[in-house]
Design a binder for this molecule. Structure first.
Ligand code: AMP
Length: 282
């Protein structure tokens, strides 16, 4: 396992791998690795000769009042976890290495979707995500890159970027890993109090209840959204948004689901901790 911190060093190592015809898988993360991340790493290791795990807490995707400073960082533990689950390279550049001129002048945007859902509450977030992911793709030139469906809007935007800008790689979707309670694993779960840990599974319980109702024939959007909202509020969560969207366009479905492949997207707070989750209704 190699621990690499500079772009040049990584490019040199990857040049050797290319000459040996090794396939490359990339797993971009912000570190504080948990089982969800590890499932991405294992998947990549099973499909590629060489797996790179990038660890970079990307400042340009955090808003002014967000948790950039307090975001959990534990690089030593991450390196050993990544290694033991199949990573051959951990790439952990500094902020200066990635952004020598502070915020880059060139940014990648999705004009249609970036300001919806999470983007409506996190200005500039997806622009920061797409820009760093594009940089990582150009630095690593992977054959495949692995992303979790937990961050559904992010995944959609990355897939669109790859399509729109002709990146020569395949995006592999990896399903959300959950605790037994249903709570989606997330680095931000560490912020939850003990009590909120018990309450936060209400997000997924609500999503599952809405899916059941849909499968039994309920197709009214407002009705399905109410099921999720009630589940969250009953357990003292504060809903930020709940939307039902068409998975092929990520545009909202209004009034009624009429055969579209629909997904429910949700963000909710327990205390100051913001959690997101989603469920596909197909
Ligand atoms: P992050 O470190 O939060 O930026 O996440 C890095 C990658 O791990 C993203 O592609 C996430 O979607 C994915 N991920 C985060 N949580 C989970 C989870 N519970 N299950 C599967 N993938 C996840």
């Amino acid at each position: 396992m190699q621990f690499i911190q500079t772009i040049q060093n990584l490019r040199e190592v990857l040049e050797d791998s290319r000459q040996n015809d090794l396939s490359v898988g990339l797993v971009p993360t912000m570190g504080a690795l948990h089982e969800g991340h590890l499932s991405l790493i294992r998947k990549s290791a099973s499909q590629n000769d060489l797996t790179i795990v990038s660890i970079f807490v990307n400042p340009i995707q955090f808003g002014a009042n967000e948790d950039l400073k307090t975001y959990p960082r534990r690089i030593e533990a991450d390196i050993s976890l990544a290694q033991s689950h199949g990573a051959r390279i951990v790439f952990a550049p500094s902020v200066l290495e990635m952004y020598p001129n502070n915020k880059p002048m060139t940014l990648i945007r999705n004009a249609q979707i970036e300001s919806l859902y999470c983007g409506a509450y996190r200005e500039g977030h997806f622009q920061g995500v797409l820009t760093v992911v594009a940089k990582l793709f150009l630095i690593c030139n992977p054959d495949r890159a692995y992303f979790g469906t937990k961050d559904y809007q992010q995944l959609f935007l990355i897939e669109k970027m790859v399509e729109d800008l002709n990146f020569n790689l395949k995006i592999i979707r990896v399903p959300t890993l959950r605790k037994d309670s249903g709570l989606a694993l997330s680095s931000r779960n560490e912020y939850l109090s003990e009590q909120d840990h018990l309450n936060a599974p209400a997000i997924f319980q609500g999503l599952e209840a809405a899916k059941k109702a849909y499968q039994k024939g309920e197709s009214r959007v407002s009705f399905l959204i109410d099921i999720v909202r009630q589940s969250i509020e009953l357990k003292k969560g504060q809903v930020q948004y709940i939307e039902i969207v068409d998975s092929s366009t990520l545009l909202p479905i209004l009034d009624e689901i009429k055969g579209q492949t629909a997904v429910i997207l949700v963000a909710a707070f327990w205390g100051k901790t913001r959690l997101i989750d989603n469920i596909e209704l197909f």
